[in-house]
Design a protein around this ligand. Structure first.
Ligand code: 6GU
Length: 230
């Protein structure tokens, strides 16, 4: 059982995790997802979570005190704290695989310009803390990044996917097809709008099919991700 806790000022943003594959994994007791409102840890009448940045600059910074009170409640010695931020290290399939083997992951969702840096600094002295980005673009807050990360991590938990082979040849899967994008895929009918399924796939020659798939994966990688192609 992998437990996810998500702390956010927009709990409803995480509702999609109740659906589909994630909803089924929760129902099956393979993962749990608990969402907590950061404002429950404020002490003033207006439930203030942000303030202007020291040193000037645009926007607002999330105050450390509510985060400290919330994280003290959720973090144990076994917890990995993930802080989504565009200035974090890249979220990759390798990191997702590593995190899928953990017991407890807490996500601290920043809004505005982010969370006072002392929060990460403090918890780094106590537990494993990772500041993580899902890509080179800027979102309005960490919530959507958490949807992405929870789904990527949870589908790697044994039993979440019906067929354990379903992720063996994912693009980026650590192992056989490392750093190759998946090539094209087909199903019935054999001809659709004059387009035929590549004949090799109906040949029954599994060695030939394997070689073709690998070739296609290399072509697609060169086309779409020249940075990955050697
Ligand atoms: Cl994790 N958070 C935000 N706010 N923006 C992002 C991101 C995370 N990853 C890429 N852009």
């Amino acid at each position: 059982m992998l437990k996810f806790d998500v702390i956010t000022v927009f709990p409803d943003y995480l509702k999609p995790l109740e659906l589909s594959l994630m909803g089924k994994a929760i129902e099956d007791g393979l993962i749990s997802v608990n969402v907590k409102d950061l404002r429950d840890y404020t002490t003033d009448k207006h439930q203030t979570v942000d303030d202007s940045p020291y040193g000037g600059g645009p926007g607002m910074v999330m105050k450390p005190e509510p985060w400290g009170d919330a994280l003290d409640e959720f973090a144990t010695a076994e917890t990995i704290l993930i802080i989504p931020t565009p200035s974090g290290k890249p979220f990759t399939q390798a990191l997702a695989t590593e995190l899928s083997k953990e017991k407890h992951i807490v996500f601290a969702c920043g809004r505005y310009e982010g969370i006072d840096s002392r929060v990460a600094e403090h918890y780094k002295t106590k537990i494993r803390v990772e500041e993580v980005s899902i890509g080179d673009y800027v979102l309005a807050g960490g919530e959507v990044a958490v949807l992405v990360m929870v789904e990527a991590i949870a589908r790697l938990v044994p039993g979440v996917l019906g067929n354990q082979e379903s992720f063996a040849d994912d693009s980026f899967a650590v192992g056989a097809m490392e750093n190759l994008l998946e090539g094209p895929i087909y199903t019935r009918p054999p001809v659709w709008r004059d387009l035929e399924v590549p004949q090799v796939l109906t040949s029954g020659d599994h060695a030939k099919i394997s070689a073709w798939k690998h070739e296609q994966a290399k072509l697609r990688t060169a086309q779409n991700r020249p940075d990955l192609a050697e």
